[in-house]
Ligand binder design. Structure first.
Ligand code: AMP
Length: 223
């Protein structure tokens, strides 16, 4: 089982890179943010519980988040592993993941930190749009779609997340950067952390991530 953890602040490019890595490695991308948004849309008890935290730009409590992630990881398509996007976000989540994987005689293969300066994160997040169907990410200046408001990949409309509005972005960053530091410390101590410079062009970041995983660079899909 191949579990790769992608780490980075909101807006560091985790979503973009997770899509590419998942395709390249033939593993599902599991994003706890997407799972929570689906739960909110469907009005499940978990969605109802998560909604208030998400609207405030706060982290959903660990217990709820860990239970949801482990349920998803137990589905058949993740039998060979997964790219984790947005999980773990706290030290307790990282420890819970370690314990669950240890129970299956495996562990996290690598934790890849996509590192981007805070000032760049603020600029990136305020211009972010996602496609309604699959969450493919775009940016109004840095990575615009070919047709305004329409996903290049699946043709669905682009939407701005409520929590990508500027006033929420700043609160979300401040709350989450501290916790990210804890998770980075956890994987550094375990000898699993690799840091990639995320301020470079998307394809260069992908190449650096694949290199960190020991993957050959040929046949890199164009983003
Ligand atoms: P994301 O799409 O990863 O930015 O997540 C959107 C929101 O979902 C976050 O602001 C949190 O409220 C919640 N969320 C996603 N992943 C986690 C996590 N691992 N732990 C706690 N809350 C999370």
């Amino acid at each position: 089982m191949r579990i790769v953890v992608l780490l980075g602040a909101p807006g560091a490019g985790k979503g973009t890179q997770a899509h590419v890595l998942a395709e390249r490695l033939g593993l599902p991308r599991i994003a706890t943010g997407d799972l929570f948004r689906a739960a909110v849309r469907e009005g499940t008890p978990r969605g109802v519980e998560a909604q208030g935290y998400m609207e405030r730009g706060a982290l959903v409590p660990d217990e709820v988040t860990v239970a949801m992630l482990l349920e998803r990881l137990a589905l058949p398509d993740a039998a060979g592993g997964a790219i984790l996007d947005g999980f773990p976000r706290t030290r307790a989540q990282a420890e819970a993941l370690d314990a669950a994987l240890h129970g299956r005689a495996t562990g996290v293969e690598a934790a890849l930190l996509i590192d981007v300066p805070v000032a760049d994160l603020l600029a990136r997040l305020s211009g972010r749009w996602l496609c309604a169907a699959a969450g493919h990410p775009y940016h109004e200046t840095a990575d615009a779609p070919r047709v305004a408001g329409v996903c290049d990949i699946d043709g669905s409309p682009l939407i701005q997340r409520d929590d990508d509005r500027p006033e929420v972005v700043r609160a979300r960053l401040e709350k989450q950067l501290g916790a990210l530091g804890d998770v980075v410390g956890h994987y550094r101590a375990a000898g699993l952390l690799q840091i990639v410079d995320g301020s470079r062009p998307i394809d260069d970041v992908t190449a650096a991530l694949l290199e960190a995983l020991g993957e050959p660079l040929a046949e890199l899909p164009r983003s």
